[in-house]
Write a protein that binds this ligand. Structure first.
Ligand code: ADP
Ligand code: MG
Length: 475
């Protein structure tokens, strides 16, 4: 039961969320506030620092991986034989590199776990096993359609407004929006064609439109750069190549920003595929380019958890720091070492489905299998399809209490929080020019919910408040 005072506080917060543009559409078309938390997630300064420091290093890793097409093809090619969507993406590659400039806008998602005994702990390289200070676990690194720079920035403003006046929590400053917009503006200027624009590739029924509109508005306000929003088939209909430039509605496109194109649903027509190919054949700076997009695939994440693979791309020191954050990942046909001896990962997970997440090569939420759904799926996967799935140890994040506000209703629940660090990296022919961490996203959800999407209704936007490391250990 809420007191009158709590009820008013929640109502006030909802009005403020709407004022800030923290909005979304419900499936029936009604406008409501995006789900948000009223309880900033408290983490230690050292976890925050470690996560922030890792951003640029992970961006550099993604740039290096993206430069190695043979590596990408070696790991993704065999999967694509049974995955027409992946095959189509791989086939988009043109023989000639049309643009040597790269802009990566990535978000590296983590949970923080207290569970030192979790099976994923086995993955630590020996030199780090004694250093148990950090228990960060990477969920995934997103290289395509990195969402929420606008909404995360606005929620931070809202939390500051609510808490600072009452000297409550120290919400950590956060403005990924300005940094992302400035990066796009720099890329447009680098393209160096007068009055060129940024093309935003959107989904047919875009759910997260306010996050995009807020970004577009700031592009104009701050940099006087126009944006064009279109789905892939419209890009094919309205676009053409002129001397290598992509021209859409008579405007030269300097930057193509993908907020779509990562799921088969975005390619339901032949014209959509042609739209994707048209972009690829042009010299516009693609965020991300095809190789960066593929570098963020779950199969690539899984192979990079192997020391011998990772060490081809990064120094031993970085390899150790990265590995410390990796949860153990397998292919289904892999033979793994278990307390019951060596067995295939598929056999092991069929006995321990609650300890794993089974992931197909898909992005965008709602595609993963948990618990009994894994058991239902396993017998339907043909031998040749096994490669298309990644088995990941289920991370057990620390649990905290939070007030979640969803569609006008507030509820206090035991929750877990996933923190994403935004990274921006400019490179040219794989040589990094400018690379930094630019802020965070927190998504908080009830502890018993598996998936994590905000627009899909699983999770709530949140902020970080930091606490002293001593405070956490009870000193
Ligand atoms: P997507 O590309 O769909 O975002 P993710 O790998 O991020 O795929 O998984 C979606 C959600 O599932 C995450 O936001 C997280 O809440 C949950 N999840 C994914 N992997 C794990 C894991 N290893 N342990 C616990 N939860 C996970
Ligand atoms: Mg994700």
């Amino acid at each position: 039961m809420q007191t009158q005072e709590q009820k008013e506080l929640v109502e006030n917060a909802i009005e403020l969320a709407q004022l800030h543009g923290i909005l979304k559409y419900l499936p029936d078309g009604q406008l409501t506030h995006a789900p948000f938390s009223l309880s900033p997630y408290c983490i230690t300064k050292s976890d925050l620092a470690e996560m922030t420091e890792l951003t640029a290093a992970f961006s550099e890793l993604m740039i290096s991986v993206s430069q190695n097409w043979d590596f990408l093809e070696h790991h993704l090619g065999p999967i694509s034989a049974n995955d027409p969507f992946l095959q189509m993406l791989l086939n988009c590659r043109t023989s000639e590199i049309m643009q040597s400039r790269q802009l990566l806008v990535q978000r590296n998602d983590f949970f923080i776990t207290n569970d030192e005994q979790s099976p994923d702990k086995q993955n630590c390289s020996p030199e780090y096993e004694t250093n148990a200070a950090s228990l960060l676990r990477q969920v995934e690194l997103n290289t395509v359609s990195v969402s929420f720079p606008f909404l995360a920035t606005k929620l931070t403003q809202l939390h500051h407004y609510l808490y600072e006046q009452n000297c409550l929590k120290q919400v950590i400053q956060n403005n990924p929006l300005d940094a992302v917009v400035d990066a796009f503006a720099k890329a447009v200027r680098d393209y160096d064609i007068a009055d060129s624009v940024m093309l935003i590739v959107i989904q047919p029924k875009e759910k997260n439109i306010f996050d995009q509109l807020g970004l577009e508005q700031l592009m104009w306000e701050k940099h006087k750069i126009s944006t064009i929003r279109k789905i892939l088939s419209e890009i094919y209909r309205d676009g053409k190549l002129r001397e290598g430039h992509l021209v859409v509605d008579s405007k030269t496109v300097a930057v193509t920003y993908f907020r779509a194109g990562y799921t088969p649903d975005d390619f339901s027509t032949k014209d959509a595929v042609k739209g994707r190919q048209l972009i690829e054949a042009s010299s516009s700076i693609q965020v991300p380019d095809l190789a960066m997009h593929l570098s963020g695939m779950k199969k690539i994440q899984q192979v990079l958890t192997k020391q011998e693979v990772l060490s081809d791309f990064v120094s031993p020191d970085l390899s150790g720091r990265f590995s410390k954050t990796f949860a153990k990942m397998h292919t289904l046909d892999e033979i793994i070492d278990t307390p019951e001896g060596e067995v295939s990962a598929a056999e092991w997970v069929s006995k321990h489905p609650e300890d794993y997440v089974l992931k197909p090569q898909r992005e965008g939420g709602g595609n993963n299998y948990f618990g009994s759904d894994i058991l239902n799926l396993l017998p339907t996967i043909r031998k040749e399809e096994q490669k298309a799935y990644i088995l990941m140890v289920k991370i057990k994040p620390q649990i905290h209490s939070a007030i979640l506000v969803v569609n006008g209703q507030a509820e206090t629940l035991n929750c877990v929080s996933e923190i994403g660090r935004f990274g921006i990296c400019f490179a040219e022919n794989g040589v990094v020019k400018n690379n930094r961490d630019v802020g965070y996203l927190v998504r908080t959800k009830a502890e018993n919910v598996n998936e994590g999407g905000v627009c899909a209704g699983f999770a709530c936007l949140n902020t970080i408040a930091d606490i002293d490391d001593q405070q956490e250990s009870g000193n």
